[in-house]
Design a protein around this ligand. Structure first.
Ligand SMILES: Cc1ncc(COP(=O)(O)O)c(C=O)c1O
Length: 164
């Protein structure tokens, strides 16, 4: 399977490209490649943190020296993060589930909504991006994430965005 096939059909989130940009330096949203060419990085992580974010770098180094806990165990840092997330969402939630990707978050969100409501339909918009896993792709309005994988989940309705 060549890279163009993978890219055209949007099979994986990211895969080695034939002509990758090798980044050697950066600061904030600025990235610099090996020949000194500068890029502005608009990816989500950089928008929030930027390269060489001193506060984040300091905290992450401290965290690396701490213990790591499984999903069902707790530690000082995990408790602190959970408390912060609950407080910054006005105590609308009293439980937090950490996921490893946007697709997984969508997958769990839809499953939870189904279980709570007893309904099983989803409604999304054309061209919407909800992920590459089975349920999130079924609910995405992007044909290249669905074609060629056999039947997608049923009752995922896709509609055009209303004209505003
Ligand atoms: C709104 C939205 N939902 C879900 C996803 C899927 O996230 P991931 O690629 O981390 O699985 C994305 C990715 O860009 C997104 O923008």
């Amino acid at each position: 399977m060549d890279y163009n096939y993978v890219k055209k059909h949007d099979i994986f989130a990211s895969l080695h490209e034939d002509d990758p940009i090798n980044i050697v330096d950066g600061k904030g949203a600025l990235l610099i490649n090996e020949s000194g060419k500068e890029y502005i990085d608009l990816s989500q992580l950089t928008q929030y943190l930027g390269q060489r974010n001193e506060t984040f770098d300091r905290k992450i180094k401290i965290a690396f020296d701490e213990i790591t806990v499984s999903k069902s165990n707790f530690s000082h840092y995990k408790n602190k993060l959970i408390k912060l997330m609950i407080e910054t969402t006005n105590h609308n939630f009293d439980k937090i589930l950490f996921t490893t990707s946007g697709s997984e978050a969508v997958e769990w969100g839809l499953k939870l909504a189904k279980k709570r409501t007893g309904r099983c339909e989803t409604l999304s918009f054309w061209d919407s991006i909800h992920g590459r896993t089975q349920y999130s792709a079924s609910s995405s309005g992007m044909p290249n994430r669905k074609i060629g994988y056999g039947p997608m989940l049923t009752r995922c309705y896709i509609r055009c965005l209303p004209k505003l």
